[in-house]
Ligand binder design. Structure first.
Ligand SMILES: CC(C)(COP(=O)(O)OP(=O)(O)OC[C@H]1O[C@@H](n2cnc3c(N)ncnc32)[C@H](O)[C@@H]1OP(=O)(O)O)[C@@H](O)C(=O)NCCC(=O)NCCS
Length: 220
């Protein structure tokens, strides 16, 4: 809980552009010059794996300042057994409201709802600094790998059990939704971006941090 008088509520259609704008503000130049996450939010809402019941915003003084969304995804074990799980993201807070507890509040709120809907594992790629305090652990600790063949354990692949013991130590392969595939279309992202106020794309040190996190794997 923080000192602000805020409301956590479901996103509505009236919020869509405001949420996309806050996503753009939060991610701009963070991982790469510019960003695609506002387009991701835009297309995600109409994808079959999107979970509207877990699409939440924080409203403060009539303004949407934070958002989180989730999609359905799967874990598959070596025998081919599937387990339905959820993937979190994007999660974002308007820059001027970051590091004040809003991200934490949104995650804790939606984790409870996810659990009440029968989901027991949540997963996402991200900077571990943002998630370890919410109970996420390295995918390696739960034997959840990514890729084909033997698979590998990306440093940024983070796993949280919503129900203790949901993952029983057997090897799992993470199979994300294809929801973000359209984000590879740079022209579509650029076209969508033109709907927003002009903003300069450029380099900042967090992009190197992102490169390191997104190209690292845990091997021992
Ligand atoms: C990442 C983000 C969603 C976190 O939300 P937030 O409201 O800023 O973060 P919170 O204040 O709720 O803090 C969450 C955790 O971050 C860490 N944290 C908070 N303030 C911090 C600071 N100043 N420095 C380092 N870590 C800090 C803590 O672990 C904290 O948990 P705790 O309070 O239980 O210890 C938000 O900063 C954001 O939108 N960033 C840009 C977009 C982004 O990176 N999204 C995530 C993609 S992986």
């Amino acid at each position: 809980m923080n000192k602000y008088d805020y409301i956590i509520r479901r996103e509505t259609e009236n919020d869509y552009r405001e949420t996309e704008n806050l996503t753009r503000e939060a991610f701009w130049n963070l991982n790469t010059p510019g960003c695609f996450e506002h387009y991701f939010v835009h297309i995600m809402r109409s994808h079959r794996d999107f979970i509207p019941e877990l699409d939440y915003v924080i409203e403060l003084d009539g303004k949407v300042i934070a958002n989180v969304m989730y999609c359905r995804s799967k874990l598959v074990d070596e025998q081919g057994n599937e387990k339905n799980i959820i993937t979190m993201g994007p999660l974002c807070v308007l820059p001027e409201y970051q590091r004040k507890g809003f991200g934490k509040a949104l995650l804790e709120h939606t984790f409870k709802i996810a659990e009440s809907k029968g989901f027991d594992v949540v997963i996402n790629f991200g900077n571990p600094d943002n998630y370890v305090s919410r109970g996420y652990r390295s995918c390696r600790k739960y034997n959840v790998c990514f890729g084909e063949g033997e698979g590998f354990f990306p440093a940024a692949l983070l796993v949280k059990e919503l129900k203790e013991g949901a993952l029983d130590g057997r090897k799992w392969f993470y199979r994300p939704s294809d929801v973000d595939t359209p984000c590879d279309d740079e022209a579509a992202v650029a076209e969508f971006d033109r709907l927003f106020p002009p903003k300069e794309a450029g380099w900042q040190p967090s992009q190197e941090e992102f490169y390191i996190h997104s190209h690292s794997a845990i091997t021992w």
